[in-house]
Design a protein around this ligand. Structure first.
Ligand code: NAD
Ligand code: DAU
Length: 335
């Protein structure tokens, strides 16, 4: 079995590779990553010694490179994590989101179709469902919830999902889609809420909370997300969408206070700042389909996972500093 993993130098993709490369020693893994600002070769350099793994630097929108790679490697499966993933960036500069998230997906699916890939898996997001009101805790996103997006990021991910569905229906490409809630864990780029708060609080800098901090996210440990993707690849039904959620809804303010408490820092560090335009209020996922059909279950409780994660960042401050100084960009050349 030969598996292409795109975006493997990013947060979730790198955690996926560590999990899969060690678990399936008889599969071969190729990581294709453009090493954009969010791709950090330091995340995956420890994989270099594994015999069933190799890295290719390249862009998923580069049709010639992708075609050549598929012709050479004859992939059985493709798992597409590669994306522009930060909502705030998409508000400032939407275009790269459309290029990578939509056109990149199309290029990968064209190659998958041409070379007879047995499964194309699209890593999508709960943000394609839009948001839920804060005062209706009974409402959850199911796989049947209509697509209804708010940001250029979520619109680009939704556009990709629709295209993936079209390639299934029109060309019979054997696809699956996963839609997961907010991940936390090691190797998350310090632009997202949890690593931003940890890295700033460690330096006793003010920690920015958008608006009143009332927005709710459904936090899931990255390991549980990746176990879900593994199960979808092995047991999922072609043509289906699977939701994966953390059953851990928290307001942003709760998350920030939990982190500060874990670090032994004062809540005086909290600074309420201008809200994100179009800020989604609440995400909450119903994962019962994945639980029933795939036997997927969560292994992390948020209280334990967040402590472990805070510890990881405390013990890897050089990893954060390398990013903040820009040195991480040299990691690929050096290795
Ligand atoms: P990330 O930004 O940490 O990593 C993205 C990776 O993709 C980087 O290594 C980057 O170099 C690579 N990449 C970007 N553009 C590329 C291109 N054109 N060609 C090749 N590689 C490219 O993102 P993440 O948080 O790990 O998210 C991974 C996937 O999971 C994304 O598709 C995202 O939409 C989805 N997702 C993320 C979350 C979350 O909470 N972070 C939740 C649900 C779904
Ligand atoms: O739900 C899944 C999505 O989760 C993924 O598809 C995205 O790729 C991922 O980035 C994430 O999107 P969010 O916008 O929810 O994540 P972010 O970490 O940017 O923000 C989480 C919440 O915290 C959100 O309500 C905005 C708020 N926030 C964020 C930052 C960076 C702050 O209050 N302060 C901050 O400094």
């Amino acid at each position: 079995m030969k598996v292409l993993v795109t975006g493997g130098a990013g947060f979730i993709g790198s955690n996926f590779l560590y999990y899969m490369v060690d678990k399936y020693k008889d599969y071969d893994f190729v990581c294709l990553d453009a090493l954009t600002y969010a791709g950090n070769y330091n995340n995956i350099k420890d994989l270099e010694s594994r015999k069933n793994y190799k890295f290719v630097k390249g862009n998923i929108t580069d049709r010639d490179l992708v075609d050549k790679l598929f012709a050479e490697e004859k992939f059985d499966w493709v798992v597409n994590f590669a994306a522009e993933s930060h909502v705030d960036n998409s508000i400032k500069n939407p275009e790269i989101f459309l290029k990578t998230n939509i056109i990149g997906t199309q290029v990968l699916m064209d190659a998958s179709k041409k070379y007879g890939v047995k499964r194309y898996h699209q890593v999508s997001t709960d943000e394609v469902y839009g948001d839920l009101p804060l005062d209706r805790p009974d409402l959850l996103f199911t796989e049947e919830t209509p697509i209804h997006t708010s940001s250029p990021y979520s619109s680009s991910k939704a556009g990709a999902d629709l295209l993936v569905g079209a390639y299934y229906r029109t060309y019979g490409l054997p696809i699956t889609i996963s839609r997961c809630s907010n991940n936390y864990g090691p190797y998350q780029f310090p632009e997202k809420l949890i690593p931003v708060i940890i890295s700033k609080a460690l330096k006793n800098e003010k920690v920015p909370v958008y608006g009143k901090g009332e927005n709710v996210r459904d936090w899931i440990h990255v390991h549980d997300h990746n176990v879900g993707v593994d199960l979808i690849l092995h047991k999922g039904k072609v043509g289906e969408v699977y939701n994966l959620g953390g059953h851990s809804e928290r307001t942003n303010l709760d998350v920030v206070k939990t982190i500060l408490k874990t670090l032994g820092k004062s809540e005086d560090l909290i600074e309420f700042v201008t809200d994100r335009p179009g800020h989604d209020l609440r995400y909450a996922i119903d994962s019962s389909k994945s639980e029933k059909e795939l036997g997927w279950e969560l292994s992390y409780k948020f209280e334990d996972g967040i402590k472990e994660t805070v510890d990881w960042y405390v013990n890897h401050q050089d990893w954060i500093e390398d990013i903040l100084s820009g040195n991480y960009k040299d990691a690929y050349k050096e290795n």
